[in-house]
Ligand binder design. Structure first.
Ligand SMILES: Nc1ncnc2c1ncn2[C@@H]1O[C@H](COP(=O)(O)OP(=O)(O)O)[C@@H](O)[C@H]1O
Ligand SMILES: [Mg+2]
Length: 468
């Protein structure tokens, strides 16, 4: 691996999977980091939002790396929502990688390899490159007839000019194809990247603004470039270490980035890349941008993973680690020991803990309002009121799910606005946890593998989850 391949990552766009949190557009803080009551899709949970905002500020200033934050609280109190809010407030250049603890057990690679990849997805590299480009107005594109001796490769000539000079370039078949694809013709102003041969059309020359036949309604006119045709330009690419890993590991290749099917990456590849990146940093060609790695449901990790995290946080290039859990005092996976949140004490010791609190009725109503808007569901007052009561009595998540279901019930009767009866109907149709449990208690003997705790054991279980 003499040269690292970077060019292929340039056009990558990152795909976000959100769904349940699509209404969250940030943390909803004002410029002095005070949380607004309702803003950017966020409602209430002010202390946690403010704390998250402070962390965010530190991340943006690049002050902290290798730190870890724990979001702890009951189910449905917005832990994941707050992490998403943080992700949205980070600039596009700061990488944010997210995974659920349980994902580690379903991947076709070792747990520590999966964690390693996750860490490297959360570390960005800003690479400055000087490239040579040729920028000019097309005077003429001339393509030679294929020679009669049967050779298929075409040749031709491209004449470009600036205000000061005019030069003729030889064209190979690749360039001819690229010019044809973009329908480049005389009068266009184009830029050619010398290294990759990539052609970009900048617009049409002002000098041609009177050739009406050669333009559409959206034609962009630009000046004919001045000075030399060849120029040096500095470009900045932002990629993650993981992207560089995948592209440079011979067994994977570029497409693996899209399928996510990256498999294990060999240690030598990573070592080489780290060395190369360190060299670039020394030469001033690259900067490390520590991003954020969010591990949801962190109690799903086992002791091996936790000790990996401990070590990874010590690394100089570590991202900020945010973990979330809804567990109270529970067993650490892979051991017989209990510990707060199921996290070993040595890792807990490194964590700044942000707790989330249950929502008030008013807050639940506001969140349901925002979700209805997000899902384009219109609901009358009565229906909203009932849904809020359901949210208070069961769980916020359950109530959010009923929005979609009630909207379908409404659609079925060809209504436009969700009414009380629609909510009642779906409430009867879909059980919440409480009712379902009551039902199970009553009929457990008729199910397979039922092992309801006896009364004495139940008290023990209580401490396992944070109950409301
Ligand atoms: N403060 C909030 N503002 C707006 N929406 C919220 C808020 N808290 C939670 N939600 C929404 O409620 C649902 C459940 O919250 P979630 O973040 O998944 O809870 P947790 O991760 O704590 O179990 C999600 O759809 C989430 O987007
Ligand atoms: Mg969650």
């Amino acid at each position: 691996m003499a040269e690292l391949k970077l060019s292929e990552t340039r056009d990558l766009t990152r795909i976000e999977r959100i769904g349940a949190h699509s209404h969250i557009r940030g943390l909803g803080l004002d410029s002095s980091l005070e949380p607004r009551l309702v803003s950017e899709g966020m409602v209430g949970q002010k202390t946690a939002r403010k704390a998250a905002g402070v962390i965010l500020q530190m991340i943006k200033q690049g002050k902290i790396a290798g730190r870890a934050i724990l979001l702890a609280g009951q189910p449905g109190t917005g832990k994941t929502a707050i992490a998403m809010g943080m992700a949205k407030s980070l600039g596009l250049e700061t990488p944010f990688a997210m995974m659920a603890g349980s994902e580690l057990f379903s991947l076709e690679m070792s747990k520590t390899e999966a964690l390693k990849q996750a860490f490297r997805k959360a570390i960005g590299v800003r690479i400055k490159e000087e490239t040579e480009i040729i920028e000019g107005e097309v005077v003429e594109v001339q393509i030679d007839r294929p020679a009669s001796n049967g050779s298929v490769s075409k040749t031709g000539k491209l004449t470009l000019k600036s205000t000061d000079m005019e030069t003729v370039y030889d064209l190979g078949s690749k360039m001819i194809e690229a010019l044809g694809k973009q329908k480049i013709q005389s009068g266009d102003v184009i830029a050619i990247d010398k290294a990759s041969g990539k052609i970009s059309k900048l617009g049409r020359s002002f000098a041609r603004s009177r050739d009406y036949d050669a333009m559409g309604p959206h034609t962009k006119f630009v000046q004919c470039p001045e000075g030399e045709l060849q120029k040096r330009k500095e470009v900045v690419h932002c990629v993650t270490l993981h992207e560089i890993d995948v592209i440079n590991s011979r067994t994977q290749g570029f497409l693996a980035l899209f399928t996510g099917d990256t498999g294990e990456i060999r240690a030598e590849v990573r070592e080489q890349i780290d060395t190369k990146v360190a060299e670039w940093r020394e030469e001033g060609k690259a900067e490390i941008v520590p991003g954020v790695l969010f591990i949801d449901e962190v109690h799903m990790l086992d002791i091996e993973c936790f000790s990996f995290l401990n070590r990874a946080l010590e690394n100089e290039m570590s991202p900020i680690l945010i973990v979330a859990t809804n567990r109270g005092i529970t067993t650490i996976r892979g051991t017989n020991y209990k510990s707060p949140h199921g996290i070993p004490i040595d890792l807990l010791d490194r964590l700044l803990i942000i707790t989330t609190q249950p929502y008030t009725e008013e807050e639940i109503r506001k969140i349901l309002d925002i979700r209805s808007q997000e899902e384009d569901v219109e609901m009358n007052e009565e229906a909203k009121l009932l849904l809020t009561k359901i949210g208070v009595g069961t769980s916020l998540r359950y109530a959010i799910h009923l929005i979609t279901a009630a909207a379908l019930a409404c659609q079925k009767r060809k209504g436009k606005v969700v009414e009380l009866d629609d909510v009642k109907r779906v409430y009867a149709l879909f059980q919440d946890v409480k009712r379902s449990t009551e039902y199970l208690m009553e009929y457990q003997s008729e199910y397979m593998f039922s092992e309801m705790p006896s009364k004495e054991e139940e008290g023990d279980e209580e401490s396992d989850a944070m109950h409301s």
